[in-house]
Design a protein around this ligand. Sequence first.
Ligand SMILES: [Zn+2]
Length: 187
Amino acid sequence: MSMTRYDLQPMLYQKLPKSIDALTLCRQGGKPGKVISGKLDVIKLDNVKQLILDDGTVPLWAKLCFAQDEAGYAYIQGSLEVTLTLTCQRCLTPLEYPLHSTFLLSPISDDAQAKHLPQAYEPARLIDERWSIVEFISEEIILNLPLVPKHLEFNCKIKLDELNQVEPTVAPRENPFIQLPQKLNKK
Ligand SMILES: [Zn+2]
C-alpha cells in the first residue's frame, strides 16, 4: 500500500473512532488490509492542547491500514497530517507548523509479545483488546513536535543579523581597572 500526503483528502473523511479492536481488524484485513480513514479535532486532545496556541477547531487527517504480514504478524500502517500553531522561540509570535507523520505498528497485549516483534514494527499496546487511536495520535503528535520551534529565517520577525549586531556591543568592554596598576606605578 502506498501512502503519500496526497492520499489525505479531507472531503472523504469521517470522524475517527476513539478506540478500535485492532487485532480483529488486522486479521479481517488480511494481506490487502482494511483501511480506516478519518479526522479528529486536535483541540480535544488535552496533552496536545497545552502545547499549541490554537483555540478553535484543529482538524487532523489520518489514514490507518489494518493488515497481516506473511509471517502472520498483525500490523497497522498509517499516516497523519495536521497543521498546528506553535510559538516561535526567536520572535515569540505564532508559527504555523505542518506536521506529517507515518508509522508502522503491531498490536500487542503484553511486554513479552513486544520483545518478539520484528524490528520494523513499533508496539501498539492493546488494553482490553482495544487500541486507543486517540491516545496514540496524541503521543505521535507530541513526539513529532520540534523541541525549539522557530520560523524560517526570512519569515521571522527577528532577523539573525540583528541578533549578531546586538551581541558584540554587549560583549567585551574594556575594563577600566586594567590600566589602573600602571597608572599607580607612575606616581
Ligand atoms: Zn519567529
